[in-house]
Design a protein around this ligand. Structure first.
Ligand code: UDP
Ligand code: MG
Length: 313
């Protein structure tokens, strides 16, 4: 009895009333196959507008292994995952989506690997993106390529948040209390040995995706500014290039004036140069502004989430 391992499963939920019962049933089936393992299910309600919280309460009533945390508003998936992780007590901790896009049966293999090898984490990556809008896949690919180049961190293409990890790694992740959370970067940043399982994309069991293209785009910018300062270098490089250009132009103009006098012409080229340099300056100020804004939010030390209701004491 004593050496029973506990697996905590964190599930961030935003408007997931349709899939929750299905998810619970599937998960239960899988967990029953694991001997000597106890489940701790931590459901996080990220300010849903539907009956997600009611579903939580029903599940908690009939199953005492179910714990829930309900936010006062929508704080985003990152905040929900963080809240869930903080509440876990298990020896192993998993994060998974409620929509069954992360197949629960992979948990069996993940558990087996963690138990019988020296890996600290088993992550999953999708090798296909079938069923997803083409443009979204294209931008995702570009994002991972860019991230690899500018952040020194190898964030695996197609990596999902779905993973099972040891207590030690979970504690390392919780110790990162930053406000601008980008989990894919955080998981990589803390280190530890990760094994990747590959699987084909599965479409959502019910309900709708909560991510629009625009939301994902903004999220990717968060990822870049959270884990790379390379964009700041861009402005410095552009600045230097323009100084050099200006210097050459001055020499050319001085010599031209000495040799050929000073005819008044060429205002279109002047205006073009002014506009162009102005644009570059605004762009660079924008980059610096992004970092300043992030720093501003970190410095405020606002809580990452606010709990309204929970059955965890
Ligand atoms: N989610 C969340 N808060 C949000 C958006 C999403 O907790 O603001 C949860 C959502 O309920 C789901 C998971 O994050 O369990 C992944 O969301 P979704 O399936 O919509 O994303 P996709 O699989 O399309 O990338
Ligand atoms: Mg999904």
């Amino acid at each position: 009895m004593e050496n029973k391992k506990v697996i905590s499963i964190v599930v961030p939920c935003y408007n997931e009333q349709e899939v929750l019962p299905m998810f619970y049933e599937e998960l239960n089936k899988v967990m029953n196959e694991l001997e000597n393992v106890e489940l701790e299910l931590i459901l996080v309600n990220d300010g849903s507008r539907d009956n997600t919280l009611k579903e939580f309460k029903e599940l908690a009533n009939k199953d005492e292994r179910v714990k829930y945390i309900s936010f006062s508003r929508n704080f985003g998936k990152e905040a929900a995952m963080f809240a869930g992780l903080e509440a876990t007590t298990g020896d192993y901790v998993a994060i998974m989506d409620a929509d069954l896009q992360d197949p629960p049966k992979l948990l069996l293999e993940m558990y087996d690997i963690l138990e019988n090898s020296d890996y600290d984490c088993v992550g999953t990556r999708r090798v296909t993106r079938k069923g997803e809008p083409k443009i979204r896949s294209l931008f995702a690919k570009m994002f991972y390529k860019l991230m690899k180049k500018i952040s020194k961190m190898d964030i695996v293409d197609g990596a999902r948040d779905f993973r099972l990890m040891t207590r030690q790694m979970t504690d390392a992740i919780i110790s990162m209390q930053e406000y601008n959370r980008f989990s894919k970067g955080i998981f990589t940043w803390v280190g530890f040995k990760t094994k990747w399982l590959e699987y084909e994309n599965v479409e959502r069991a019910a309900g709708k995706s909560k991510w629009s293209f625009w939301k994902l785009f903004i999220y990717s910018l968060d990822g870049i500014t959270a884990f790379s300062t390379f964009p700041l270098v861009i402005s410095a490089i552009l600045g230097m290039l323009f100084c050099l250009l200006a210097f050459i132009m001055i020499l050319v103009i001085v010599f031209k004036t000495i040799a050929f006098g000073e005819p008044v012409s060429g205002w279109p080229s002047t205006v073009c140069a002014i506009l162009f340099v102005g644009g570059v300056q605004l762009f660079c100020t924008g980059i610096i502004g992004q970092y300043l804004a992030k720093t501003y939010l970190e410095v405020k030390k606002r809580p990452i989430f606010i709990v309204k209701e929970t059955n965890i004491n």
